[in-house]
Design a binder for this molecule. Structure first.
Ligand code: SF4
Ligand code: SF4
Length: 279
């Protein structure tokens, strides 16, 4: 079973909720697919046992064979390969490794080479769960390949909690597209609600069952509660705004290890989702 934890924007507590959920589910694995800014490892502190380089392909043009016909440039939707007056320019960072330019080249001038865009780290945690997280190299434009590899290497795990990228980008879609259930984390503020609406629309479009988790409850107003009621969206849990929780956060400590009522809350949430999944 795969459960994605997502949010409309960064900083709403997505990582706090996904890490606290996973450490309260026996034999689960957490994967952090927020590869531009992975944070889960700060709380789970894994003992890294394996590091894997993630590579993508990009075209290399043999000038001896190239006739500067322009077909590769016409084909590429991303302007990653551009035939100029005397040579073909390749912009590696813009290439999506689709393989199309090689297919349309009439002279066989294009081959592919590989370059690293980031890494995947794997390890055990003191909480009895395993974790894997991806990290995109600085300056890279897309972490989708890392997310796909993270999903591929965890596809046989029984229970996977996915800390997803925020918002509704290609990376978010890649992270959640095949999950069984999603939890949308939001704060009870007008900004929180408006960011959350886009995620709700995306999940409905993708036909993924979901519920909402309210972080820092009591901080803002009632808009999120009214919205969920109007839209018939279940609120699966909430964590009160609490200075002590903020302190645990700043110390990198999952708060449910310190406050027993939240340990029970996360146990109950998983049980509820699991029962729904088994129906
Ligand atoms: S592999 Fe695809 S994206 Fe990359 S340069 Fe060729 S056509 Fe463009
Ligand atoms: S399609 Fe092939 S021959 Fe034509 S410009 Fe591109 S690399 Fe050169």
């Amino acid at each position: 079973m795969r459960i994605a934890v997502l949010s409309g924007k960064g900083g709403t507590g997505k990582t706090t909720i996904s890490t606290n959920l996973s450490i309260n589910i026996e034999n689960s694995m957490l994967i952090d697919t927020d590869v531009e800014e992975p944070n889960s490892h700060i709380f789970l502190k894994p003992n890294i046992t394996e590091t894997k380089s993630v590579k993508v392909e990009y075209p290399v043009v043999d000038n001896e064979k190239c006739t500067l016909c322009g077909k590769c440039g016409d084909f590429c939707n991303f302007n990653a390969i551009i035939p100029a007056k005397n040579t073909v320019l390749v912009f590696q960072e813009s290439c999506h490794s689709c393989g199309g330019c090689k297919m349309v080249c009439p002279t066989g001038a294009i081959t592919y080479s590989k370059r690293e865009i980031g890494k995947i780290y794997e390890g055990d945690t003191k909480f009895g769960i395993k974790m894997k997280y991806g990290e995109l190299n600085l300056g890279e434009m897309s972490g989708v390949k890392i997310i796909e590899e993270l999903k591929e290497i965890t596809k046989n795990e029984d229970i996977v909690i996915i800390d997803s990228p925020p918002g509704t980008s290609c990376s978010t879609v890649a992270a959640v597209e095949d999950v069984d259930y999603a939890i949308v984390v939001t704060e009870p503020t007008p900004f929180g609600v408006s960011d959350m609406k886009m995620v709700v629309e995306m999940l409905r479009e993708m036909k993924i069952p979901f519920s909402v988790f309210i972080n820092k409850a009591g901080l803002g107003d009632n808009e999120v509660y009214e919205y969920c009621e109007d839209e018939k969206i279940k609120i699966i849990g909430e964590v009160l705004f609490d200075k002590k929780i903020a302190e645990y956060y700043s110390e990198g400590i999952p708060f449910s290890t310190k406050i027993p009522k939240y340990k029970k809350l996360f146990n109950d949430i998983f049980e509820e989702i699991y029962m729904e999944f088994r129906k």
